[in-house]
Design a binder for this molecule. Structure first.
Ligand code: IMP
Ligand code: MG
Length: 179
């Protein structure tokens, strides 16, 4: 089935909002070192853009947890991929996600990472679809945009591994009249 991408948030809108959220994080943490955990693969572009604007000492780690196959409906988190390289003991951790949908991924991550002795764990997401939340207790500390319940791509987010490189956020529209 052919699909089209409709722009939801332009590159400029996304960049300006990331700048504002980075300033907020700079204010909140001051000069405290911050350990960023990027959730692969979707969080990569957002983490780079965010990290460029942070002023405290920053370190990076990467982890993957998958809940999606190649479709557009969440099937629940819990499948582990790559684990972190570094321990979390005593660290101020900021989890960087592309999007929070049902909240299952973050709920699971908070549970397993919380057991590794971090001083503090906060969450930062580029996008949030609050209408889709199943795990209501997941508290998001920094959200760039709340969006409606539509399947989006770009800025790291994919549909069947495509479109991650788009510099804007777009909605996938399926054109059922075309092959
Ligand atoms: P959750 O566990 O249901 O909150 O799912 C979160 C993960 O599902 C995200 O990290 C994304 O990888 C993926 N996801 C959720 N919604 C979308 C979307 O609209 N486009 C692309 N990926 C999505
Ligand atoms: Mg993701």
């Amino acid at each position: 089935m052919a699909e089209q991408i409709r722009v939801l948030l332009t590159e400029q809108e996304v960049d300006e909002r990331i700048e504002a959220v980075a300033e907020q994080i700079n204010r909140d943490y001051g000069n405290t070192p911050l350990h960023l955990i990027c959730i692969l693969k979707g969080g990569v572009m957002f983490m780079c853009e965010l990290a460029k604007r942070l002023k405290m000492p920053v370190s990076f780690d990467f982890m993957s947890v998958s809940s999606y196959g190649s479709g557009t409906v969440s099937t629940g988190a819990g499948k582990n991929g790559k684990d972190l390289d570094e321990p979390l003991d005593g660290k101020q951790v900021l989890i960087v996600e592309d999007i929070i949908d049902t909240g299952r991924t973050l709920s699971y991550l908070l549970q397993i990472l919380g057991q590794r002795g971090p001083k503090d764990i906060r969450l930062c997401t580029l996008l949030d679809k609050p209408d889709r939340r199943v795990k209501k207790h997941v508290r998001v500390d920094y959200t760039c945009f709340e969006i409606p319940d539509e399947f989006v791509v770009g800025y790291g987010l994919d549909y069947d591994q495509r479109y991650r490189n788009l510099p804007f956020i777009g909605v996938v529209e399926f054109d059922e009249t075309r092959e």
